[in-house]
Design a protein around this ligand. Sequence first.
Ligand SMILES: Nc1nc2c(c(=O)[nH]1)N[C@H]1C(S)=C(S)[C@@H](COP(=O)(O)OP(=O)(O)OC[C@H]3O[C@@H](n4cnc5c(=O)[nH]c(N)nc54)[C@H](O)[C@@H]3O)O[C@H]1N2
Ligand SMILES: Nc1nc2c(c(=O)[nH]1)N[C@H]1C(S)=C(S)[C@@H](COP(=O)(O)OP(=O)(O)OC[C@H]3O[C@@H](n4cnc5c(=O)[nH]c(N)nc54)[C@H](O)[C@@H]3O)O[C@H]1N2
Ligand SMILES: [Mo]
Length: 774
Amino acid sequence: MPSEKTKQSSQFITANHWGASVIETSNDKITTVKGHPNDNDPSKINNNLIGVVDGKTRIRSPAVRKSYLENGYQSGGSPRGEDPFVEVSWEVALELITKEMYRVRDNYGNEAIFGGSYGWSSAGRFHHAQSQLKRFLNCSGGFVRSEGNYSYNAALTLLPYIVGNFRDHVKQATRWSSIAKHGEIVVMFGGIPVRNGQVGGGGLSRHRLRDDLISCKEAGVDFVNFSPLKTDSLAELDAQWIAAKPGSDTAIMMGIAHTLLDEGLHDQAFLDQYTTGFDRFKAYLMGDKDGIVKDACWASELSGVPADTIQNLSRRMAKSSTIICTAVGLQRAEYGEQPLWMTVTLAAILGQIGTPGGGYGIGYGGDASIGTTDRPMRWPSFPQGKNPVDTFIPVATITDMLLKPNTQYEYNGQTLTYPEIRLVWWAGGNPFHHHQDLNQLLKAFQQPETIIVNEIYWTATAKHADIVLPATSTLEREDIGAGTQDTSIIPMPRVLSPIGEARDEYDIFTALSEKLGFKEQFTEGRTSRQWLEKMWLQMQDTASQFDYTLPNLNSFLSGDIIEFHDPAPEHVFLSEFRSDPINNALPTPSGKIEIYSEKIASFNYQDCPGHATWLKPKEWLGSEKSNQYQFHLISGQPKTRLHSQLDPGEYSRSKKVQGREPALINPIDAEKLGIKDGDIIKLHNQRGTCLAGAVVTNDVREQVIFLWTGAWYDPEHPGKVGSLDKHGNPNVLTHDGRTSRLSQGTAAHSTLVNVERFTEVAPSITAFDSPVAN
Ligand SMILES: Nc1nc2c(c(=O)[nH]1)N[C@H]1C(S)=C(S)[C@@H](COP(=O)(O)OP(=O)(O)OC[C@H]3O[C@@H](n4cnc5c(=O)[nH]c(N)nc54)[C@H](O)[C@@H]3O)O[C@H]1N2
Ligand SMILES: Nc1nc2c(c(=O)[nH]1)N[C@H]1C(S)=C(S)[C@@H](COP(=O)(O)OP(=O)(O)OC[C@H]3O[C@@H](n4cnc5c(=O)[nH]c(N)nc54)[C@H](O)[C@@H]3O)O[C@H]1N2
Ligand SMILES: [Mo]
């Protein structure tokens, strides 16, 4: 029996994006992982850690693609993805990278290095993979970076023109506590999925969203859920579920707006005082130019929602204290700017923006903390330094950048040119998870001369690299955890010894910076422990300004979560602007809400004109293509994991169907196609094919197939474009077209597919196998 002391010392608190966990170990192995006892709604995503951190998908040694090791950067031979890997020593791997960095920089300059490295990586303020890579590349003369994200790029780009920064929307979102007290109806587009609220970027001390929503319900607030998936609204809220055609939300909101104007239920005084350009939008709504009146009947035809449902809702919304909540999932679609602009426009017409319980919010449910908490002070961070290279790409143009170097494209009012990239480096992201149209990405990934990936696990991205460096997971290093919008800081002590030859990113880049002659600049003479101490001092100093006294770093790391106060527990979004629009003018060109934007109109983008506009997506159930394809594919965020992270884990695998990712299909559709619950099905379109496991459920709208994102890409013939994905990664089906030229955001949710029962012998899953040659 271990003594009490060793038993105690084998219990650790740590931070994950899905919450704070308590981990028990025995003999340097994880035995249990639970949520923190203060958390009443801990995430089961925790269960994925056991057996995976030191499991067979773990990268244990530096490894080099066979042809690359034999022939260098002009490796020829098998394509990336097909070639096996050969394990090498750290010395060999770092020497290869050093030579390659010199070759590329000397011959082509730092503009030939792409270090965007988009992705979520892991919690922890210091060992953040992307920050480590960026600091390293900055010290070595810079790199081509990426701008924006896959989550809400249309919101990031559009909202500053019409209201203000999206990050402020999120930070200052009206609190649920205010809605519970003052709200009457919450109208949700895309729901408020509590499954997504499991996640708080950077860490989370407690999951509050479920309780907060239930408090609203208990206080008498009604919920309406426009969504293809019933469970996007919590069952306890008993929401009115309206399963419109995906992609039709802008039209529905216009139908509501038209009814308000038609019946004189709009708030003209609000529009006059707080907004600009309403008349131009009104002319459009009334069809003054195009002869199309965007009324409830028009919206009904496009959306499949009965006109009287739209009209009745409009009247209820005008009569009640109403907040419109639009999920960011809606803008991950073609013309994704429009439902956002129309949300703001409709809320302005209702005139409740800035009132407690009324107005609008964007992104609720997309992060655990939106509308629940905020941090009272800045958390410490690891400085990335300055990038001497100006060239960047909007993040979702990675495939275009690699396949069309030196060509021009438009983005947010600018004409830009794709750089010619020779070396790609990824640390802390998984493009073979996050990018759309993986067959195109596969082609694009054959273009660079060298691809380096730092990873913990043999993800599809690691399998498509040339040089793979094994990184430690958070459990093998010390750090400070703190959610972007959480009230707390969470200790992240070292729980396990590093697995295999894995190294901390900081140590990897320290060694490389020494070889490349800028170690002093990269490290500033500090070890990682010394950086942590410096960051902790910074944290202590900030906290003292708020009258908190923090313990020393060691006590923090071996102690519990430290909770601070919430700076604004009943905050109301834009209340300051409402009470004084002159002194609290918005950061838009007019200082007001821009229902029409001169600036956006001046870009002359037909795919994003000067006011909210109904634009028919190329792929949706209302398009000509829908005669050819039966289903609209929605690939939302998975309940059982964070994106692709820990897909080999127990919880994620427990929900798979015959080892494939579950795809939700309505019983009426299933019956037509002869599909039964538990069957393997095949989803396909002109871009690709994948298998999935059928879950027959009334929770999903007819003609919609819902396949979660994040199943590890598992091609039947690795390296071959168009190969069947055996496992169920929706991104072999999604297209790589973007929201519009304004944002160049991802548009994954506008995808049509066909579905059939898979009758052949199902190929075995190999996604979690190591590609290392024996
Ligand atoms: N079809 C479709 N596609 C989508 C979406 C969708 O809704 N539908 N959603 C999009 C969205 S919103 C997002 S945010 C993206 C997410 O895309 P990503 O953020 O790329 O996805 P993750 O699976 O979180 O990948 C993070 C990777 O970092 C690795 N990692 C973690 N910690 C470390 C570390 O310390 N060091 C190193 N080197 N690696 C580490 C993990 O093992 C994992 O492989 O996906 C997008 N893709
Ligand atoms: N468990 C878990 N939580 C997560 C994540 C995760 O991977 N796992 N990822 C995190 C990240 S990075 C992000 S960005 C957020 C994303 O948060 P969201 O963007 O809110 O998430 P999604 O699941 O893409 O979309 C939400 C819902 O929108 C609905 N929807 C899709 N298209 C339409 C449409 O055209 N109209 C209507 N009305 N509804 C539509 C879908 O039914 C979907 O379930 O989630 C975060 N939370
Ligand atoms: Mo995201």
